[in-house]
Design a protein around this ligand. Structure first.
Ligand code: NAI
Length: 298
C-alpha cells in the first residue's frame, strides 16, 4: 500500500518548526497542498516570527505546494479565515493536524492561574477552534481526517505539567466524542502522543536522544492517521520509530448491594474492583452504562 495525498488539502497548525514542520514537509512530498500555520512565537507562546513562511519556502523549493498562515489557534475568527483562504485557493480541506502548542511548566503550587488557562487555551481550545473551523466543510465533503496531539503527560502525568497534562488528556476526550459524531460523514478523528527532540524537549532530552527521537520518526504515525486508510478513535504513541497504542479501559468490577453498598464495601472489594482480568475497552460512554446494566443482570 502506498500512502499518498494527491488532491488532498491539509492544514497543519504550529508547523513552523519541530513536529509540525516534519508533518507538513512529508504531506507535501506525498502530494498534499499544505497550509502551514504558525504564529511563530517562543516556547511559552510569546512573540511572533515568520516561521511558517520559511517552511512554505522549503516545501516550494522541494517542488510542493503550500501557503503560510500566521494566525493564532486561540482566535476562532482567524482559523475560520484560514480555512476560507484554503478553500478559495484549492477548493476544500481534507486533513487537519492540530499540533500547535506551548509550555509553561511549573509545579502546581507555583503555577499562576493565568499560566494554567493559557496552556489549556492554546492546546485544547485552540484544537477545538481549528476543528470547528473545518467541521462543516468536512461534513459537506463527506471526507475528513483530524488528528489531535496529546502527550504522555496527558495520558500518564508528568511533574510540573498540570496545565499541559489537563489540556492534553482533554484532547483525547475531544477525539472520543468527535469521532462518534463524525462517523457517518466519513470523518476520522485520532489522537497522537509523540515523543521527539524539538525545542519543546531541548532541556529535557540529552544530546544523544535528539539523534534518535527525530520529528521525522514520528511523522509516519501522523501521516497514517490522516490518510485515506486511517482508523478512527485511536490513541497512538510514537517516538524514535516505536509505535504503541494506548487505551482507556474498564475493569469488570463488582456490583454491591445492601450493607456492602457503602464506603466500607468499596474498601473491602478494592482488589476485585481493580482486578484487570477481563478488562474492557468501551467505544462510547453508553457502552460503559450498558456494562453496568449487564453487571446488575448478573
Ligand atoms: P514546537 O515548539 O517546535 O512546536 C509547536 C509550534 O506551535 C511552534 O512552532 C509554535 O510557534 C506553534 N504555536 C504555539 N502557539 C501557537 C498558536 N497560538 N497558534 C499557532 N501556532 C502556535 O514543539 P513540538 O515538540 O514540535 O510540539 C508539537 C506538538 O507536539 C505540541 O502540541 C506538543 O505539545 C506536542 N508534543 C510534543 C512532544 C515532544 O516530545 N516534542 C511530546 C508530547 C507532545
Amino acid at each position: 500500500m502506498t500512502i499518498r495525498f494527491d488532491d488532498k488539502i491539509a492544514i497543519v497548525t504550529g508547523a513552523g518548526g519541530g513536529l509540525g514542520r516534519a508533518y507538513a514537509l512529508e504531506l507535501a512530498r506525498r502530494g498534499a497542498k499544505v497550509v502551514v500555520n504558525d504564529l511563530g512565537g517562543s516556547r511559552d507562546g510569546t512573540g511572533h516570527s515568520d516561521a511558517a513562511l520559511k517552511v512554505v519556502e522549503e516545501i516550494k523549493a522541494a517542488g510542493g505546494t503550500a501557503m503560510s498562515n500566521g494566525g493564532s489557534v486561540t482566535e476562532y475568527d482567524q482559523m475560520v479565515e484560514m480555512v476560507a483562504k484554503a478553500k478559495e485557493a484549492w477548493g476544500g480541506v481534507h486533513v487537519l493536524i492540530n499540533n500547535a502548542g506551548v509550555l509553561r511548566d511549573k509545579s502546581f503550587a507555583n503555577m499562576a492561574p493565568e499560566d494554567f488557562e493559557f496552556v489549556v487555551d492554546v492546546h485544547l481550545n485552540g484544537s477545538a477552534n481549528c476543528t470547528k473551523a473545518v467541521w462543516e466543510t468536512m461534513r459537506e465533503q463527506a471526507y475528513g481526517r483530524i488528528l489531535m496531539t496529546a502527550s504522555s503527560t496527558g495520558l500518564y502525568g508528568n511533574f510540573g505539567q498540570a496545565n499541559y497534562g489537563a489540556a492534553k488528556l482533554g484532547l483525547a476526550g475531544l477525539t472520543k466524542t468527535l469521532q462518534l459524531e463524525a462517523a457517518k460523514y466519513n470523518i476520522k478523528v485520532n489522537t497522537l502522543a509523540p515523543t521527539a527532540g524539538t525545542r519543546m524537549t531541548e532541556d529535557i532530552f540529552p544530546e544523544e536522544a535528539f539523534k534518535l527521537f527525530t520529528p521525522e520518526s514520528v511523522a509516519p504515525a501522523a501521516l497514517f492517521l490522516v490518510s485515506e486508510h486511517a482508523p478512527t478513535n485511536a490513541i497512538l504513541g510514537a517516538g524514535a520509530g516505536v509505535f504503541q497504542a494506548a487505551y482507556v479501559t474498564l475493569t469488570q468490577g463488582v456490583a454491591l448491594t445492601g450493607e456492602e453498598l457503602s464506603p466500607e464495601g468499596v474498601a473491602a472489594h478494592w482488589a476485585e474492583i481493580t482486578d484487570r482480568k477481563g478488562e474492557m475497552t468501551p467505544q462510547s460512554g453508553s457502552e460503559q452504562a450498558m456494562s453496568i446494566m449487564k453487571k446488575l443482570a448478573g
